[in-house]
Design a protein. Sequence first.
Length: 542
Amino acid sequence: MTDTLLSVRDLSVAFHQGGNTSLAVDRVSFDIKRGEVVALVGESGSGKSVSANSILKLLPYPAASHPGGQILFNGKDLMTASDAELRHVRGNDITMIFQEPMTSLNPLHSIERQIAEILDLHQDMKGPAARARVLELLHQVGIREPEKRLPAYPHELSGGQRQRVMIAMALANRPELLIADEPTTALDVTVQAQILELLKKLKDEHGMSMLFITHDLGIVRKIADRVCVMTKGKIVETGPTAEIFANPQHAYTRHLLASEPKGSPPVSDTSKPVVMQADDIKVWFPIKAGFLRKVVDHVKAVDGIDLTLRAGQTLGVVGESGSGKTTLGLALTRLISSEGRISFIGNDINGFTFQQMRPFRNRMQVVFQDPYGSLSPRMVVADIVAEGLRIHEPSLSESDRDARVAEAIEEVGLDPSTRWRYPHEFSGGQRQRIAIARAMVLKPQFVMLDEPTSALDMSVQAQVVDLLRELQAKHALAYLFISHDLKVVRALANDMIVMRQGKVVEQGPSERIFTAPQEEYTKALMAAAFDMKAVNVPAVNQ
């Protein structure tokens, strides 16, 4: 048995569409030793995930093909393996954690059933033995009170919990190689730190090797033994992690290391007109029990929050999953019911019906966290971006509407000629830009940005931050910026709210909170975001 577990040799991947062929991966080579963590780093569209999916032949064949290359796993070439041999390798010897657990987990099956299905397929394990193993796995990945989580469905779990379930599924059959494709991208900073520590611990306990795919170099420094830097389908630099960070040789590697949001947020200005004001906002969800389904308690998702947001200003809202950040944003935009007073451009809207809110919708826009879920897969980008114009500005001619769409797409850094493609033909970062274009095309006064940069590369994040800042200065936009990425919040927000369990932990000017946080919880968030050290925050959602 050799020291090398996986050896990828001169791998190429081509995609065929409409008579055209494009090379997504061009003669890529790398090795993974037993017990080693190799990070594959690069921006969206660089070929990272395509290379990883090729290992298990998970690409959409025959649209994808391999013009050349070998993938040797324990000396066996997976490129020439039969379907039966691949089925044995998948889930047994090599497993995968995907980027979006919400789209990877089956929404119709309980957590217990989804993990038990893997045990049944690969080990013929059923009944009490399977349940015991499921509980053991959930306990292993840090799910609290796993017995209570067995009947839960994915939508009933937080982002961190869903990702832990995905890790449990990947570890069910004790694999030799774990492929982790952006497993922490959409997670809060404290949960991200916990997941990284968990993966390191499990890797050491099980002696696994790991291929870790990410665009976040801060994570690479924390977890990887070696780094392969990839761009435009090629690996341009590889070496030990410490060496790559200390002495990068390739210009693209230096570009990645230098990429993070820069610049300053707008200066706080109390003379600006108030766009959004909220007093004592509450969103309580009833908990019902018993035969008559009586209300026995409430989940206080948002519990008595006050805020003021002015034109040209940005209010950052930060906190862990389940803290109430998004619920607060949905309440302010009247997408869910709430108690308390909400004033938008001088109008008390908290009691407005759907029809009464309609005249305000073009001035109040939302960019959601998951562009893959918020963009219709059946519409081309031009129609997605133009949809709001058709509703709110029906008098526009077809040519004027298309010109507005092209302008909005170009503003977010995409080629307007690509507007006739479908969302699945774009990378994750490009889809998020499309979602931003859809909001900005209506020239709103208030925009709720719910984790708009969570799926973007570091350099693209910086570009989007610059874009949002430019649009804000040009149109005096008011932003409610919800994010777990405190570096982005620091670059954009002049004021800030730190939330936990529906309440405000700390509130005030961003610079004061970043430089001198008063509360222990805020200090823990800052440590996780900027130091990447182990964070021991009493978790309320794990």
